[in-house]
Design a protein around this ligand. Structure first.
Ligand code: IMP
Ligand code: MG
Length: 175
């Protein structure tokens, strides 16, 4: 790891407050329904747990792990499924929960694949969005924070598998 430090970008208090607001919004939007949260591992876990606790309609959860194929194919947007969902999503109201939408490649592939499984509805909720970095168009239904094009960690996001456990969002600065 290069020498670096982490500066706080969004405080724990502000993240918690925003997740509460999104939870309330989702609870309103899904009233009378059940919401099936699909968490994208590993980054989405911290956000999903906090969000799920603030949703007042019935919630079920499932997990999926994906990774982009090496350097070249990244541009083709091909994503490898490391761990598929345990349950069918057919007829369910699915809400995908992600840590961050960057180029949009991962999510656009994933959403298309999930859509082929015929859920009743399919929406996307992301804690962070870097709109400036978008290469592939992705429709984001719920966003925690739009952030500038900087490398962030914490609340599930890692730098070389570290810092996922930070309770706030920080920016990695190289010294
Ligand atoms: P996309 O396909 O380019 O949108 O890739 C999104 C994935 O890249 C996220 O799910 C993260 O795992 C990772 N990623 C993108 N930006 C950051 C960042 O600033 N910090 C940590 N991981 C990031
Ligand atoms: Mg991710």
């Amino acid at each position: 790891m290069e020498k670096h430090h982490v500066d706080e970008l969004i405080s724990e208090q502000d993240v918690d407050k925003r997740i509460q607001e999104i939870g309330e919004q989702i609870s309103k939007d899904y009233v009378g329904k059940e919401v099936h949260l699909v968490c994208v591992l590993k980054g989405g876990t911290f956000f999903m747990c906090e969000l799920a606790k603030r949703i007042t309609v019935p919630v079920s959860l499932d997990f999926m792990s994906v990774s982009s194929y090496g350097g070249d194919t990244k541009s083709s947007g091909i994503v490898k499924i490391i761990k598929d969902l345990d349950e069918s999503i057919k007829g369910k109201d699915v809400l995908v929960v992600e840590d961050i939408v960057d180029s949009g490649r991962t999510l656009s592939y994933l959403l298309e694949m999930l859509n082929d499984r015929k859920p009743n509805s399919l929406r996307l909720c992301t804690l962070l969005d870097k709109p400036e970095r978008r290469v592939v168009d992705v429709n984001v239904d719920y966003t925690g924070f739009a952030i500038p094009d900087e490398f962030v960690v914490g609340y599930g996001l890692d730098y070389d598998q570290k810092y996922r456990n930070l309770p706030y969002i920080g920016v990695v600065k190289f010294d």
